[in-house]
Design a protein around this ligand. Structure first.
Ligand code: AMP
Ligand code: MG
Length: 408
């Protein structure tokens, strides 16, 4: 039995870096950049007016109100064909280049036109006011996005401004998913006596997709070794093969023998965590193999804490783990297992601090309870209980930011 930390280190050490590929900007969302992105231009590319108003010389209006001669207009998209001299001003629009001679823009609300050729500047402005100088944000050649960055909408804007109509990102890991269990029936079926619907196939596929994977569904295999081997074989071409169920100590938990028979080398078969102790990890040729416990909450949690970081590492992401925060427990929790626990919980910001309440759950089969969680409270193996009011660590789950705070 290895610890959580040892297991994660083993998994990450085995995860290979995938090659890069070029994608169109509109397909780059959520992908991991496989190159540093350099700006091919200064930003702003010219001294840019930040307000509609008048471009002028700040010295001229130190004793405002002052009347200036209006010598013309500069619009966004125009290159100025005028220069602002002493006692002069040019009407200017937001986004337009500040003409030579001017060193500030006074906003239109602080001016009063006298006629077409004269304006009263009502208040002084400091030199540089309302002007974004050329290259003050980004210099041509600067790294504006680093390799390993996950492309989010803000990064899309930076790629666009850097002229990257195509971006180099890591190839998606191909993840094959096999669900096992004689009792498992398709989502569309009405379960007969003793049967349950396949929820792990869809949930593991969803988690893999959110982690950037290209998913191949291998279906549902019965608890018979030859049938398992036949169903596993097409998964050996994938970067990662994720199997649900059949890895505990029962008589019909035949995933390990089936994988061994196919040539798998296991790096661990048990981790000191709760939920999820029977967690198998190894290699079969170039393919990483994960055998997740069949219990739906165990499958989701072990995917999140081991498979997801591995898939992100393959894509070269710099951040592999979810954010961890310190929370005050609003209810006590017990951890008599002697293993590191990840308890589904709700974390909220209350009266100036982050607080956590474990969700009421019947255990690692309770997928409905897990869907009410937005975080996992982590209780270390050597902490048999944590009381209300004590501090603990919480991992914020992917739904944390979108959570509306009112589950069910
Ligand atoms: P196992 O790990 O195969 O012993 O399964 C543990 C528990 O998880 C059993 O109650 C199974 O019925 C349940 N289970 C296994 N696979 C799935 C699945 N794909 N969808 C929903 N429940 C499952
Ligand atoms: Mg089973």
């Amino acid at each position: 039995m290895v610890s959580f930390e040892e297991a994660l280190a083993i998994v990450l050490a085995e995860a290979p870096a995938l090659p890069g590929e070029e994608v169109a900007l509109e397909d780059a969302l959520s992908r991991v950049l496989a190159e540093d992105v350099l700006s091919d231009t200064d930003l702003p590319p010219f001294d840019r007016a930040a307000m509609d108003g008048y471009a002028l010389r700040a010295d001229d209006v130190a004793g405002a109100p002052v009347a200036l001669d209006v010598i013309g207009e500069v619009r966004a998209g125009q290159w100025p064909d005028l220069a602002v001299g002493p006692g002069q001003a040019a009407r200017i629009m937001t986004g337009a280049p500040v003409p030579p001679g001017a060193d500030a823009v006074q906003q239109v609300e602080r001016t009063q036109p006298l006629d077409e050729f004269r304006v009263t500047i009502l208040a002084p402005v400091a030199p540089g006011a309302n002007v974004a100088p050329r290259a003050s944000e980004v210099r041509k050649g600067d790294v504006v996005l680093a390799r390993g960055r996950v492309v989010d909408p803000a990064a899309v804007a930076v790629l666009a401004s850097a002229g990257k109509a195509r971006a180099r990102v890591s190839r998606r890991p191909v993840v094959a998913i096999l669900v096992t269990g004689d009792e498992i029936v398709d989502v569309a079926a009405v379960p007969g006596p003793g049967q349950v619907r396949n929820s792990n196939g869809p949930s593991v596929a969803a988690q893999a997709r959110l982690a950037g994977a290209d998913v191949r569904l291998l279906g549902v295999a019965p608890d018979r070794q030859e049938a398992l081997e036949a169903a596993l074989r097409p998964g050996l071409a994938a970067d990662a093969l994720v199997v649900s169920g059949g890895v505990s100590a029962g008589d019909y938990d035949l995933v390990e023998p089936a994988l061994l028979d196919l040539g798998a080398r296991f790096l661990f078969t048990k981790v000191a965590i709760k939920p999820g102790a029977p967690l198998v990890f190894g290699r079969l040729g170039e393919t990483l193999v994960f055998g997740l416990p069949g219990n739906p909450v165990s499958a989701q949690v072990t995917f999140d804490i081991f498979v997801r970081p591995a898939l992100l590492k393959m894509q070269g992401a710099r951040v592999l783990e979810r954010p961890r925060v310190s929370v005050e427990l609003r209810e006590g929790v017990k951890n008599r297992s002697g293993r590191k626990s990840h308890l589904p919980a709700r974390v909220a910001f209350e009266a100036g601090r982050l607080v956590a309440r474990p969700v009421r759950s019947m255990g690692s089969g309770d997928l409905a309870a897990h869907a009410r969680a937005n975080a996992l409270v982590v209780i270390e193996a050597d902490r048999p209980q944590a009381r209300a009011g004590e501090t603990a660590e919480a991992v914020l789950l992917g739904n944390f930011l979108e959570d509306d705070g009112a589950p069910l």
